[in-house]
Design a protein around this ligand. Structure first.
Ligand SMILES: [Fe+2]
Ligand SMILES: [Zn+2]
Length: 344
């Protein structure tokens, strides 16, 4: 294919890749999304009246056995009011649309004046207090490590605590494939990276080799990578770490990863497709917010606490970013057929 034809195809696919999506930037906690469906009803009558209507209900019974749903939170472990609100909305969501999995995008346990981040003394007040109610319903947690988690012995206590954090690799990187198949292939596989080992000039050849191998060995229909440091970000907060991006981006593209989930910047953002990959930042699980400033990468940004809810179907992923009030900040559908680098 000629270069200019490739470029035209890329631009065309980039326009198609997320349909439809609504992002309320000015007032992220309002319900006036341009499109997409709300998952949690507000008790506020005014807000309720402005709920968008949509033909694609996430509770369609016929689809119930054919999809896998999960939640992602980041930068949550602060034992602060916003962590409580987000946890309450996660429980509300579970009661309406049960899910089996919560991915934690890092900064799972922040420190306080006496203990550093990742200290097991803080696990009861920064994890159990908010999420045990979900664990008791058999929701599994699988975490990536953030920079704050590394403050106590490089995150070893979170790594060892499989019940709370589900980190299935002694260095903080691992893959997890839920047992749901379509045409004998796993519907979705998750790849957790320990980005702390690859930022600020650090190189981790072993982790890169592992990522290559783990991705190439997976024949999952959807491959989702998650880690703490975003590969792309709006302005505001931390800049993307270019060394980390350069270490893994080509592998993600070649091995057909379609979506990444990251935290570290304390807000919500969805990037325009970058080389065929959709990048989300959900860093609003509780910690003090930052102000995002949109740039060329940004499709949607909101200085709101938030968590993400995703439903994975064989041909598409539907997503909702949800505010502490239960309103929809952003939502849309990622169509597999429009991901131009998909192999299958
Ligand atoms: Fe953080
Ligand atoms: Zn962080």
């Amino acid at each position: 294919m000629k270069v200019d034809t490739k470029l035209a195809l890329f631009i065309f696919m980039s326009l198609l890749i997320v349909l439809p999506a609504g992002c309320e930037k000015e007032k992220p906690t309002s319900l006036s999304c341009l499109s997409g469906s709300s998952l949690l009803n507000s008790t506020d009558k005014k807000d309720k009246a402005s709920l968008p209507l949509t033909p694609t209900s996430p509770v369609d019974q016929e689809e119930a056995t054919s999809h896998f749903s999960f939640v992602a939170i980041g930068d949550n472990g602060c034992d602060c009011p916003a962590e409580e609100k987000i946890a309450d909305r996660m429980l509300d969501l579970y009661n309406k649309h049960p899910y089996n999995l919560v991915l934690m995008l890092g900064d799972n346990i922040y420190g306080n004046s006496s203990n550093k981040g990742g200290d097991p003394k803080l696990f009861p007040e920064r994890f159990d207090k908010y999420y045990k109610v979900l664990e008791d319903k058999d929701v599994k947690f699988h975490a990536a490590l953030g920079n704050h988690d590394m403050q106590t012995n490089n995150g070893v206590y979170e790594i060892k605590d499989g019940t709370r954090f589900g980190i299935m690799g002694e260095k903080g990187y691992y893959t997890y494939t839920p047992n749901i198949k379509t045409d004998e292939k796993p519907l979705v596989a998750f790849f957790a990276l320990n980005s702390n080992r690859m930022v600020e000039g650090k190189k981790d050849d072993e982790q890169v080799a592992w990522l290559n191998r783990a991705l190439s060995e997976s024949d999952a229909i959807w491959k989702i990578a998650f880690f703490h440091h975003p590969l792309y970000s709006p302005y505001g907060g931390h800049k993307p770490d270019i060394g980390f991006r350069n270490a893994i981006e080509d592998i993600l593209i070649r091995e057909n990863v379609q979506v990444t989930l990251a935290g570290h910047n304390h807000y919500y953002a969805r990037m325009k497709p970058q080389k065929g990959i959709i990048h989300f930042i959900s860093g609003g699980g509780g910690a003090k917010l930052r102000e995002p400033e949109p740039n060329d990468y940004t499709a949607c940004d909101a200085d709101s606490n938030n968590f993400l809810y995703l439903e994975v179907y064989p041909e598409e992923i539907r997503f909702w970013a949800i505010s502490p009030e239960g309103s929809t900040i952003d939502s849309g559908t990622i169509k597999k057929e429009t991901l131009f680098h998909s192999k299958s």
